[in-house]
Design a binder for this molecule. Structure first.
Ligand code: GLY
Length: 397
């Protein structure tokens, strides 16, 4: 009888605190994505050779992008997460088809985004299939990304040919390090690992403020490594806390701790987490405004992509930190809010899963829209929630 009572209490608390949202969110995501696969054939693109969905335009058309767009790897990654959850080979076939379209990016030396593009698509493909071909692509992509490392600065360069900056490094770049760490594990070549650690250390030194919020862009002198500017690109102000940037930092240092076990990275991730969840401007539902300092609160647009990214990172951090229970609870709350109030209407929004993300507010671009990286990190967060519920490691590559 006691067992029965405690089982019921456990089930009830799972429902109340949203610890099992993955059970209803995945079937919804499957339906939406089936719809999106059909809609892709009617999508629109201003660029040649479109391969992946990105967002909706002002008229509600599905916007498609070529593989060189930084967002291209997220949709194939979503297909892999659907395959992982369902074990349905139809999702594997779709994931393989869409992943193949991203592979040319393994050779693009012109951007740091090779990490986002290849790791979210091919990286997940390798994780779930162990195909030698995917392993080769990951290692080649890591070689390509490493060409952007300047040892004098101690970082990978984010963008080329920006008039206003000599050697810009954005906080988002922390995400690309995962490709490098994994490439070292797969190849035995420690060069990639060393580049990643150097980048993480330099970023930790220069990108953060005393309250552990981060600048978006640090511009370096490539000859001396001196910091020239501390600015923003997608945030409200140079001194503000752009929401997705805080998420990139949290996720980045959590992942760096996983790969190195350096306690400095764990401390950094914990401090970034505290900045986020203690912030007086974090709304009650824990889905941030696009910038923590956005001036027009409470009417400022939210960023569901930042929320999904933060939730996914907190699930992983919860398995390393003494504050684990608290992080898991916040991640569950975020996922619950997204599931309850941010999902698209069934059969709507051309098959996107979440609404209300903000891409680039200062450029007046992609404000309060569905966007594929929000869907990707939402599915990743749901996968992690499921894994934790089943006592499996949150990350397995
Ligand atoms: N990495 C670009 C962005 O977060 O919008």
């Amino acid at each position: 009888m006691n067992k029965l009572i405690s089982l019921s209490l456990c089930l009830l608390s799972n429902v109340v605190y949203g610890q099992s949202d993955y059970r209803k969110a995945f079937p919804f995501a499957e339906k939406q994505t089936e719809f999106m696969l059909k809609e892709i054939t009617h999508g629109t693109s201003t660029k040649p050779n479109p391969v992946s969905p990105r967002t909706l335009d002002d008229k509600g058309n599905l916007v498609l992008i070529p593989s060189k767009d930084w967002v291209s790897g997220f949709f194939p990654g979503e297909l892999w997460y659907l395959y992982e959850y369902t074990h349905n080979n139809k999702w594997r076939a779709a994931a393989e088809q869409y992943t193949a379209k991203i592979e040319p990016e393994q050779f693009d030396k012109g951007t740091h985004d090779v990490g986002f593009k290849i790791y979210c698509s091919v990286g997940n493909g390798y994780r779930l299939t162990q195909k030698q071909h995917y392993k080769d692509v990951i290692i080649q992509a890591a070689k390509t990304l490493s060409t952007r490392f300047n040892p004098t600065v101690g970082t990978i360069k984010s963008w080329d040919n920006r008039k206003e900056w000599k050697y810009p490094v954005i906080i988002d770049n922390m995400m690309n390090l995962e490709l490098l760490f994994v490439a070292t594990k797969l190849s035995g070549d420690s060069t990639f690992y060393k580049v990643a650690v150097n980048h993480a250390n330099t970023t930790l030194k220069n990108h953060f403020r005393p309250d552990y919020s981060s600048y978006h862009v640090i511009d370096y002198d490539p000859e001396t490594g001196a910091v020239l500017h501390k600015q923003t690109h997608q945030g409200f102000a140079d001194s503000s806390a752009w929401a997705r940037g805080q998420g990139w930092g949290l996720y980045g240092y959590t992942m760096c701790y996983r790969e190195t076990k350096n306690p400095v990275y764990l401390k950094q991730a914990e401090a970034i987490a505290a900045f986020i969840y203690n912030h007086p401007n974090l709304p009650k539902d824990k889905v941030p405004y696009w910038d923590f300092d956005a001036p027009d609160r409470p009417n400022a647009p939210r960023d569901a992509s930042a929320a999904a990214l933060i939730a996914s990172a907190l699930y992983e951090l919860s398995t390393y930190s003494k504050n684990g229970k608290q992080y898991k609870k916040i991640a569950d709350q975020i996922v619950h809010s997204l599931t309850k109030n941010y999902q698209a209407m069934p059969g709507g929004s051309k098959g996107f899963i979440l609404l209300h993300s903000t891409g680039h507010k200062p450029a007046n671009s992609e404000i309060d829209v569905p966007i594929s990286y929000a869907d990707y990190y939402y599915l990743e967060a749901l996968t992690r929630q499921n894994r934790l519920a089943n006592r499996k490691p949150v990350v397995d590559l």
